[in-house]
Design a protein around this ligand. Structure first.
Ligand SMILES: Cc1ncc(COP(=O)(O)O)c(C=O)c1O
Length: 444
């Protein structure tokens, strides 16, 4: 019997060979930190619906789902058609287009808090702009961020994460106030102590799309009240949860309306794209004004070559219009519920410490017992981080790949509306076999 690692090496010779070249070209041999893997990452060729294929011809049920962008699966016919049509008509017209208007209308129809918006090319740009808008609007310099919440990789977003921050000036980090997640008195304390706070930004379903304890929605409602009371702008980072936690994101799911929302991933239908939107008077800090009374030095500058580009606009509008018209979220959520139950059942049957939790179509597996309600987990970030870094989880990820299932990072299943009951049941079967193999190697 080969080990899980030997099996991985034997099944993926084409990826191993390509890695020789990629490691000489790309740092770590990859183009995104999350794709880093030992002894080498997998190279994929194409995808369709819930499945994708690697360079050795192996087929996978895919739960990376384009890092969460593909709620409609790979190459959805409506999106493929919209993008093909647009590519014939030009990928960059260097001008305003009907496509960007249609895209904006589709967003506004799903998220009522969005009065006005601007497009970007990524979620990192969106959170950077949201913080800048808040600072410019309030004339204050600091932003409250919750410990371990992820908002991309710009300087301010890296504050309060467990990653080291070389290359980031202390002066940038010093404008961020980090508070523990889920702790309303800590937020109130920070607001009461410091009158230089412009905004509070958070992932509304908890860090890393739902891993960390909150009393949702009470916590969100509490934040809404506190920020309103102190005149601080509340920013929901809905880069992952937007159009996934519900068609209108976490804000509609929990009935709490932020001042600004950042979006990316699903918003652009699987192409690069992002947006920041919300209250018109805040977003209008970017607006050009003829008003002689207006001090133009207060205006927030916002260029960006690919802002609102017609390809992303066509894909984004097609995706969001489908989400509005069809039970896309319902379908993905039902499949995710089936998966979560099956993963928990398999762990229980095998008597392996662990559980699957998550909301909507976002599922996390943690190889540790927990008494949470299998929605948003109550384990601490450090507990989850240490379990997720274990050799057992490395073996789980490789073992799943050996059997044709690819997960996001080391622990997450992002389910799309194209995953069928058969895909889910196959995954649950593969998960059981994989975990038995991980245990047989003495890692659990
Ligand atoms: C909550 C959240 N915010 C922001 C980002 C950054 O988005 P992007 O990778 O498009 O820059 C991510 C990326 O995963 C995210 O999960």
């Amino acid at each position: 019997m080969p080990t899980i690692l030997e099996d991985y090496i034997a099944k993926h010779p084409g990826s191993a060979q390509r890695y020789q070249e990629s490691v000489a070209v790309f740092p770590g041999g990859v183009t995104h930190d999350t794709r880093y893997a030992t002894p080498f990452p997998l190279f994929m060729t194409h995808g369709s619906g819930p499945r994708k294929w690697d360079v050795d011809g192996n087929e996978y049920v895919d739960y990376v789902s384009g890092h969460g962008a593909l709620l409609l699966g790979h190459s959805h016919p409506a999106i493929a058609e919209a993008v093909s049509r647009q590519i014939q008509r030009g990928t960059h017209l260097g001008a305003s287009t009907d496509e960007e208007l249609r895209w904006a209308r589709a967003i506004k129809a799903l998220m009522p808090s969005i009065e006005k918006l601007r497009f970007h090319s990524s979620g990192t740009e969106a959170t950077l702009m949201a913080m800048r808008l808040a600072r410019a609007y309030t004339g204050k310099s600091k932003v409250i961020k919750l410990q371990d919440h992820f908002h991309g990789w710009h300087d301010y977003a890296m504050a309060g994460s467990d990653r080291s921050a070389p290359g980031i000036p202390q002066s940038s980090l010093g404008t961020m106030v980090i508070v523990p997640a889920g702790d309303l008195p800590a937020v109130e304390d920070a607001l009461a102590k410091d009158n230089d706070i412009a905004a509070l930004i958070l992932e509304p379903t908890g860090a890393h799309y739902g891993q960390l304890p909150y009393d949702t929605p009470n916590y969100l409602k509490g934040l809404r009240e506190l920020t309103a009371q102190y005149g601080v702008i509340l920013i929901f980072d809905e880069v992952v949860t937007g159009f996934r936690a519900s068609p209108g994101g976490a804000q509609v799911r929990y009935g709490v309306s932020p001042d600004l929302t950042t979006m990316a991933k699903i918003v652009a239908g699987g192409l690069p794209g992002g947006a920041v939107g919300g209250k018109a008077d805040i977003v209008d800090m970017i607006a050009h004004r003829g008003d002689p009374e207006w001090d133009n030095s207060r205006r927030v500058y916002h260029p960006g070559t690919f802002n609102g580009n017609p390809l992303s606009a066509a894909a984004g509008a097609a995706a969001l219009e489908l989400i509005a018209a069809e039970p896309i979220n319902q379908r993905a959520d039902e499949m995710a519920a089936r998966l979560k139950a099956g993963l928990n059942e398999a762990l229980g049957r095998l008597e392996i410490p662990g559980h699957a939790h998550g909301i909507a179509s976002m599922i996390h597996v943690v190889l540790a017992d927990c008494d949470c309600d299998r929605g948003i987990c109550t384990m601490s970030h450090s507990q989850i981080a240490s379990v997720t870094a274990s050799p057992a989880v490395t073996a789980m990820k490789r073992g799943l790949q050996n059997r044709g299932v690819d997960i996001m990072g080391r622990d997450a299943f992002l389910v799309s509306a194209t995953h069928s009951e058969a895909d889910i049941d196959q995954t649950i079967g593969v998960f059981g076999e994989t975990m038995a193999a991980v245990r047989a190697e003495g890692l659990i």
